[in-house]
Design a protein around this ligand. Structure first.
Ligand code: INI
Length: 163
């Protein structure tokens, strides 16, 4: 009988450190107070995972719509093992919510697929400012921290796939 325990299993390890890993954070300035809280969450995860500050580049762009281009160009340099994107698109605040939100989402996915560099999605898309605040470190977690954790997991998974 085949034993599932004999299968080589690849998944992100929670107990490893990332002292050599270089990452970029692409953050939108639009809704800056929200994004700043997500940035704090992401930096906290990186610090706890042994990523050194000198190995983190923060790339700031005007809004979520500009995130994909900056992420794509950063990925193309091959300097980073992974990229976190941070932004907040709030429906209440804009008539062109759908365009900005879907432009950011599709563009980030496309940048990742074009380059093979993991890029995680820390872009909030919410109905209201209150929902954004809740997800940026108050009552419903911190989407920036989640995106940083997902990035570390993907970096580890990709390293193991290539081993
Ligand atoms: N950018 C955001 O990051 N969040 C928003 O909620 C938003 N709104 O409301 O419009 C927003 N707009 C700016 C957009 O991302 C571009 O910077 C702008 O259109 C210039 O290209």
């Amino acid at each position: 009988m085949n034993n599932i325990n004999n299968i080589r299993k690849i998944e992100g390890r929670l107990n490893r450190n990332y002292p050599q890993t270089k990452v970029a954070i692409v953050a939108a300035r639009f809704n800056g107070a929200i994004v700043e809280n997500m940035l704090k969450g992401a930096l906290d995860i990186f610090a706890r995972s042994g990523i050194e500050l000198k190995n983190i580049d923060l790339i700031q762009v005007p809004g979520a719509f500009e995130i994909p281009l900056a992420a794509l160009q950063a990925a193309k340099t091959r300097k980073y093992q992974g990229i976190v994107t941070l932004g907040a698109v709030i429906r209440g605040a804009t008539a062109h919510f759908e365009y900005v939100a879907s432009g950011a989402t599709n563009g980030i996915m496309s940048a990742m697929q074009q380059t093979g560099v993991p890029i995680t999605f820390g872009v909030l898309t919410t109905e209201t400012l209150e929902q954004a605040i809740e997800r940026a470190g108050s009552t419903v977690g911190n989407k920036g921290a989640e995106a940083a954790m997902a990035l570390l997991e993907m970096i580890d998974v990709l390293e193991q796939i290539h081993e």
